[in-house]
Design a binder for this molecule. Sequence first.
Ligand code: NAI
Ligand code: MG
Length: 483
Amino acid sequence: MADALQNYIDGKWLDAADGGRFDVFDPSTGAVIATAPDSQPADVERAIDAARRTFDDGAWWPGTSERERGRILLRAADIVRREHERLSQMESLDSGKPIGEAREDISEVAFMFEYYGGWATKIHGDIPPVGPDAMSLVVKEPMGVAAAITPWNYPMMMAVQKVAPAIAAGCTLILKPAEQTPLTALEIPKILEEAGLPAGVLNVITGFGETAGAPLVASPKVDKVGFTGSKEIGKLIMRNGADTLKRVTLELGGKSPNIVFADADFDAAIEGSCNGIFWNQGEICSAGSRVLVQREIYDDALNAMVEHAKGVKLGAPGAEGTTMGPLVSKDQAERVERYIEIGSSEASMAVQGDRPTDPALAGGYFVPPTIFADVDNKARIAQEEIFGPVMSVIPFSTPEEALAMSNDNEYGLAAAVWTRDIKKAMNTARALRAGIVWINDTQTAPSETPWGGYKQSGIGRELGASGVEDYLEAKHIYVNLAE
Ligand code: NAI
Ligand code: MG
């Protein structure tokens, strides 16, 4: 029997009021591994009311000290470390990512709790000078009730990078994880309850976007929405949130350039370029999906990347040695396959790896690593986010040409530059319109640093100091001191 998951509202585990459920799949086999509440607007309302009441009654904020809020998060970090292997297995099973990558995710989840546990006691305002007859205090206060709407590619990380700073800031919240991957999100309230979080501060509801996500965005009782997902839904959230002037943080997609100059450390650049698009099956918003290679080394680089792709081991995500698992869902696999068809008419396919041969995985949503060569930067596979293991390789001659093509895209999330020339690296980094630029590296995202995009890749920055700032309002208190 598959696990019957439940919502967590006001400290209680509940089914949807109408009893509706949906299936959760193991993407490597297509088997049902759990069912989860198909929450409807009435369930969402109940969760919002719990969060609103808990915020408005004052016992959580300002009633609970910053030290205690911090300690709750620090204890949560310890609990995640204690449960590390179990959570990693669960994440790998639910999302399809290789177990080694899931372990890295869960380690970072523990650190996010620790990092924001430290922040709780370090949020403070400012005292700008306003002359001899007055004093101005700028006080930082929690934004109120926050909603977190999260995707399936890094299920627990994407949730905790919203939940932890919100708690540090003193907000209450409602988390709605992606319908594809609700398992680890429902572990978060267990961890925080054990760590001492009072009922009502964090509420978690599972369900689909239109029925369980949209009511969070429309509700006048919710002050802020933090969203990670597609550009299309990001825009819808801005539109639907406009009526209540919702504060929004949007972490959307990308079509990130990965620029390899001829003077780069060749092996490191090849390895990095491949990892940048093949890690996590390419289901990464910052994936280096456009690999721009300088002509002098183009043929050698392409050959080396083709060899790398052939060496990728598709298989059961839980098996040690697997380097690529299935895509998260049948829908996502079909979407990526459609792009591979489009690419086949736009460019030349340099390689496509093999599907796993194990009959137990016959029903899995596997899409092998695929490389298209000599891609025109105007092609759809160079302009649109695919969100799968599909690399578009684009030749260039001069740094100016590489830059122009890199910036010629509606997204601006991330970019990578591979070169031994520090001036070229820095000048390129400065000219790139992207929220994150890696020099001789890719995809590294320490939780101490800001994460977010330029242009249509989003609004705001999560993680680092900005991650907590996004859950705060500034209140100016003006004191007249004139005699
Ligand atoms: P999505 O944007 O539809 O889903 C993300 C989250 O938004 C889920 O929790 C979903 O239930 C929720 N949602 C959907 N409709 C909503 C609505 N009307 N109101 C409120 N919440 C809503 O993404 P989806 O369909 O899973 O994937 C489609 C594409 O989106 C992918 O192929 C990829 O290109 C992109 N994507 C980008 C991600 C990123 O990290 N930036 C993560 C996931 C997907
Ligand atoms: Mg969708």
